[in-house]
Design a protein around this ligand. Structure first.
Ligand code: ADP
Ligand code: MG
Length: 253
C-alpha cells in the first residue's frame, strides 16, 4: 500500500486576499491512502488551504503536487492553462458544507451530470456508474427522487456519490457535517469512514474531533495561516504539544 512518493505535496504555500495573509507558509504531505484531518479555529485558513488543493483558489507562492501533476506559483511562473487546470482538478473530489446539489435535478441526475457533461459518457453508461455510486452510499433506492425530498444527511451522501463518480484520487471534505442536524451526522461520518478504510486518500476539515482522532492517520492544527502542530491523530489530539492546540481542543470536551 505505502509508496515512497506522497500523493499530495504542498511546499511553502502562501495566499493573501488583499492585505490579509491567509496562508503564510504551508508545508504538507499526504501519503497514498492517507487520511489527514485539518483542524483549527474559524478563520485560520483551513478552507482556503483545501481550495488551494484543487485550485479553486490560486496560491500566490509555493508549489502543489497531486498525483503526478504539479504546479508552481509565484514569481517567474505562468498561471496554469484551463486544460491543465481541468486535468489537475479532475484528480480531486470535493464535498462542501452545504452539499451544493443541483436543485432542479433528481438524485441520479446529480450523480450523472459531470459524467455526461465533462466525461462525455453515454447516458446509459453514466446511469450505471451513478447507480453503483449511489449503492455505495446506500441511496440507490432514492435514485429517482427529487433532492428536496432528502434529509440533509442523505443530500450529503448524494454529494459524496457525485464526487466519487468522477473517480478522484483524492477526496477533500470541508466541514461536510457542520450543516447537519446532530442526528444526521453519523450517517455521513460512516460513509467517510468506509472510504478511508477502503484506501481513499482524504483531507478532512472537521470539527468532529472524535472522528478525526479515530479515522485520520494524521492531524494538522492550523491557526492564523500557519500549521501550528502536526502529528499522528490519536497522539496529537490526546496529548497536544502546543498550548494553542490544547486551548482549541479544550472547547470540545
Ligand atoms: P477557515 O476555513 O479556517 O475558517 P478560511 O480559509 O475560510 O478559514 O478563511 C481564512 C481567512 O481568509 C478569513 O479571515 C476569511 O475571512 C478570509 N477569506 C477567505 N476567503 C476569502 C476571499 N475569497 N476573499 C477575502 N477573504 C477571504
Ligand atoms: Mg472553513
Amino acid at each position: 500500500m505505502t509508496s515512497s512518493t506522497p500523493m499530495i505535496e504542498v511546499t511553502q504555500l502562501r495566499k493573501s486576499f488583499g492585505k490579509l495573509d491567509v496562508l503564510k507558509d504551508i508545508n504538507l504531505s499526504v501519503e497514498h491512502g492517507g487520511v489527514v484531518a485539518l483542524i483549527g479555529p474559524s478563520g485560520s485558513g483551513k478552507s482556503t488551504l483545501l481550495r488551494c488543493l484543487n485550485l479553486l483558489v490560486q496560491p500566490d507562492d509555493g508549489s502543489i503536487r497531486v498525483g503526478e501533476k504539479s504546479f508552481r506559483f509565484g514569481q517567474g511562473t505562468t498561471a496554469p492553462g484551463s486544460r491543465s487546470l481541468a486535468a489537475f482538478r479532475a484528480q480531486t473530489g470535493m464535498v462542501f458544507q452545504n452539499f451544493n446539489l443541483f436543485p432542479h435535478m433528481n438524485v441520479i441526475e446529480n450523480v450523472m451530470e459531470a459524467l455526461v457533461q465533462v466525461r462525455r459518457m453515454p447516458k446509459a453508461k453514466a446511469r450505471d456508474l451513478a447507480m453503483a455510486q449511489l449503492q455505495r452510499v446506500g441511496l440507490d433506492d432514492r435514485a429517482q427522487q427529487g433532492t428536496e425530498t432528502l434529509s440533509g444527511g442523505q443530500k450529503q451522501r448524494v454529494a459524496i456519490a457525485r464526487a466519487l463518480a468522477m473517480e478522484p484520487r483524492v477526496m477533500l471534505f470541508d466541514e461536510a457535517t457542520s450543516a447537519l442536524d446532530p442526528e444526521l451526522v453519523g450517517e455521513v461520518l460512516q460513509i467517510m469512514q468506509k472510504l478511508a478504510s477502503g484506501g481513499m486518500t482524504m483531507v478532512i476539515v472537521t470539527h468532529e474531533i472524535a472522528f478525526a482522532r479515530d479515522v485520520a492517520d494524521r492531524v494538522i492544527f492550523m491557526r492564523d495561516g500557519y500549521v501550528v502542530e502536526e502529528g499522528p491523530a490519536r497522539e496529537t489530539i490526546d496529548n497536544p504539544a502546543m498550548e494553542a492546540t490544547r486551548s482549541f481542543l479544550s472547547h470540545f470536551h
